[in-house]
Design a protein around this ligand. Structure first.
Ligand code: HEM
Length: 360
């Protein structure tokens, strides 16, 4: 579809700034959620939700109650912000605009996030609980946070376009399977990371070596846990993550040849390397709390950079729907219109072909 580049109006720019703030705030709330797990404060409000210990404002709260209650307040505020997002988008953008769609999806995903949090609390899948159900729910919780930050990111991007784009992602996806593999791989690696993080919280690796123990997160007595599935699964995440980092670096190298995608590709490659280092140090230092938070934040930023690279690539692809890759004879983008041998256009085209070929 032809995209008409119109600069965003002042109202659209204000919306975009607000959406960017919402995205930043969501990242803070997500990292705060990990702090709740690390401090074993998930049961700080008992099995009550949305009330805390059966009260609207807990009286004489313990430290765990304060942490869990603050998390609820901060995530409640993110719900309000996510509600404002589509209300504002529907006032500012015309019918069918992508900013409307993405802001609605963001609201929906915040609601799902709250529902998963409530399910964890109501079913007592918190504190020292080491059940399979909890492992599955925390993995789903993390995948939902990825969908949420992707949706909030795309709201910001769409708001900045000042147009009414209909990028065909399925068409773009067919053009670059490696991108899809990295995106899905990131979701999988992050989900296994959440399970590893749960294992490290419930069964901390002793600093002097020896077998894993459990109970410290919730303040309970330490107990041997070498046979527990959370301990045995610990190795899965680093192995999968190393493979994914290699794929992400390969993808970043290919995408860097497309001029409009290059900044995101470089960010993707840089963050993948940083995450590899953080992950390795995490293992060496036996996952101290501050490093878990940093690792989680970089996982989100890495994901966002992959989403931005993907949308930027698919967008450039949709504007060249007539490229030889898709087989149609029409060609509209500046890249495909000026295929100077060895120039950016030719390199961009070569990269797109190479990505498609390498994954055909
Ligand atoms: C693409 C690269 C990677 C991504 C996207 C990723 C993502 C994640 C995520 C989302 C978590 C859960 C964080 C939380 O809920 O608190 C996690 C945990 C963990 N990851 Fe990774 N990771 C990556 C690479 C690695 C590597 C290469 C290693 C080791 C060599 C590693 C080791 C760990 C460990 C030990 C934990 C548990 C402690 C913690 O939460 O930080 N990760 N990872």
């Amino acid at each position: 579809m032809k995209v008409s580049p119109v600069s965003p109006s002042a109202a659209e720019r204000w919306f975009q700034r607000f959406a960017a703030c919402v995205l930043g705030y969501l990242l803070l709330v997500i990292v705060f959620g990990a702090w709740v797990r690390i401090t074993g404060s998930g049961a700080g409000c008992g099995a009550h939700w949305p009330s805390c210990q059966g009260e609207l404002v807990p009286r004489s709260p313990s430290e765990a109650t304060l942490i869990e209650y603050s998390h609820r307040l901060s995530s409640g505020l993110s719900g309000l912000a996510a509600l404002v997002l589509p209300l504002w988008a529907f006032r500012v953008f015309p019918a069918g605009h992508a900013a409307r769609r993405w802001s609605l999806r963001t609201l929906l995903l915040v609601a799902v996030e709250g529902a998963i949090g409530a399910a964890l609390v109501k079913n007592r899948l918190v504190a020292d609980d080491a059940s399979l159900a909890r492992a599955i729910v925390v993995a789903l919780h993390l995948v939902n946070t990825l969908l949420l930050t992707a949706s909030a990111t795309l709201t910001v991007v769409a708001a900045g376009r000042g147009e009414n784009p209909h990028t065909s992602s399925s068409e773009g996806a067919a053009r670059a399977p490696l991108l899809l593999i990295v995106l899905i791989g990131l979701g999988l690696v992050a989900a296994t990371g959440a399970v590893t993080a749960l294992g490290d919280t419930l069964f901390p690796v002793p600093l002097s070596g020896g077998s894993a123990v459990a109970g410290s997160a919730g303040g309970g007595a330490l107990r041997p846990a070498a046979d527990h599935f959370l301990v045995q699964l610990r190795v899965l995440h680093p192995v999968l993550a190393c493979g994914l980092v290699v794929a992400a670096l390969g993808l970043a190298k290919l995408l860097a040849s497309v001029p409009s995608v290059r900044p995101w590709a470089l960010l993707l490659g840089g963050l993948a390397l940083l995450q590899l280092v953080l992950g390795g140090v995490n293992v060496l230092l036996r996952a101290p709390g501050w490093l878990q938070l940093a690792h989680l934040l970089v996982a989100q930023l890495l994901w966002i950079s992959a989403v931005l690279a993907a949308q930027s690539f698919w967008r450039s692809g949709s504007a060249i729907s007539g490229s030889p890759i898709s087989g149609s004879p029409i060609s509209r983008s500046p890249i495909s219109r000026s295929p100077v041998p060895g120039g950016p256009a030719a390199r961009g085209e070569a990269a797109r072909r190479s990505i498609s070929r390498s994954n055909a």
